[in-house]
Design a protein around this ligand. Structure first.
Ligand SMILES: C[S@@+](CC[C@H](N)C(=O)[O-])C[C@H]1O[C@@H](n2cnc3c(N)ncnc32)[C@H](O)[C@@H]1O
Length: 281
């Protein structure tokens, strides 16, 4: 890990309250997923979101919904068409996906994971609603941990090693410098090779310098960085570079998905700013 990298990423956690409120607003989540901080943050940021929407046509909630609905669609396809029955969602935050998919697919095992304080909060939330059981659980993990109780090996040790697994991260990878997140991807690919088949789905914002909204996006992500007391990085300059990056981390097949694939996702007049990467080992 480069010396400049932060060794702890707890400063990112508050952003999960904001996105949790966005999922609720768009009827993707039930009320228990809403926190007072999420509602407050959404209200405080509303003038900025309005400004970006009216001045540049950039809708933050569109960007969030595009990635969320695309990951949902790919997960549904994996369950319904490929028989996937084990799902691990890392950096789950206050996302309602685990709950929604457990209700819809009673034979899917869904493990949610996040940094210990957020994992504890999510576990309590699901427990209080009576939504936790042997197939829907929450565990602590730190994607920066290379060993110890919060590393990937410990997280995956609770799964059935004889069955395929699908891993999701959403709203996570652009908070880290490329060498740091590539080191996570390499450790993840190594863990996934222990399973007979494995798929990794993640959203990723590339550094699309020719994009008509590039300057506005840069402005927006600098703001996200400042609000989360860290930085927000754009990774890889085009789709080919993304595919090369994932291959270099040990994934053998990489497909890139565009929000335009999902009819339910809001569409913009210009090419999408976000990709969802589907990588297999
Ligand atoms: C922007 S939120 C996204 C939450 C959720 N995936 C969503 O889309 O609503 C980022 C999440 O990453 C988690 N996170 C930050 N650093 C992490 C780490 N080192 N390991 C695991 N999760 C981490 C935070 O706690 C937070 O829940």
């Amino acid at each position: 890990m480069p010396r400049a990298a932060r060794l702890d990423s707890a400063h990112i956690t508050p952003s999960a309250h904001y996105t949790g409120y966005v999922w609720y607003r768009h009827r993707l989540a039930e009320e228990p997923f809403v926190t007072a901080f999420g509602r407050l943050a959404h209200g405080l940021l509303a003038p900025l979101s309005w400004g970006a929407r009216t001045a540049f046509g950039l809708d933050v909630e569109h960007l969030l919904l595009q990635r969320h609905l695309l990951i949902d669609a790919l997960l549904r396809e994996a369950i319904e068409q490929q028989g996937m029955r084990q799902v691990v969602e890392i950096a789950c935050g206050l996302s309602p996906r685990g709950r929604r998919f457990c209700v819809r697919y009673p034979d899917v095992r869904y493990l949610e994971a996040d940094l210990p304080p957020m994992a504890a909060r999510k576990r309590l939330l699901l427990h209080e609603e009576g939504w936790l059981d042997s197939r829907h659980q929450v565990r602590p993990v730190d994607i920066l941990a290379e060993s110890g109780a919060h590393d990937l090996q410990t997280l995956f040790s609770g799964l059935n090693p004889e069955a395929p697994v699908l891993v999701i991260t959403e709203g996570l990878v652009n908070y880290f410098e490329l060498p740091v997140i590539e080191s996570f991807w390499a450790r993840l690919a190594a863990e996934l090779r222990r399973f007979p088949a494995a798929t990794y789905l993640t959203d990723l914002y590339p550094d699309l310098r020719e994009h008509p909204r590039y300057r506005q996006l840069r402005w927006g992500i600098d703001l996200v960085g400042r609000l989360t007391r860290g930085r927000y990085y754009l990774h890889y300059q085009d789709d080919a570079a993304i595919a090369r990056g994932f291959s270099g981390c040990g994934f053998s097949a990489v497909r890139l998905h565009d929000p335009k694939e999902v009819a339910a996702a809001p569409q913009d007049a210009w090419p999408a700013l976000v990709r969802v990467v589907e990588a297999r080992v």
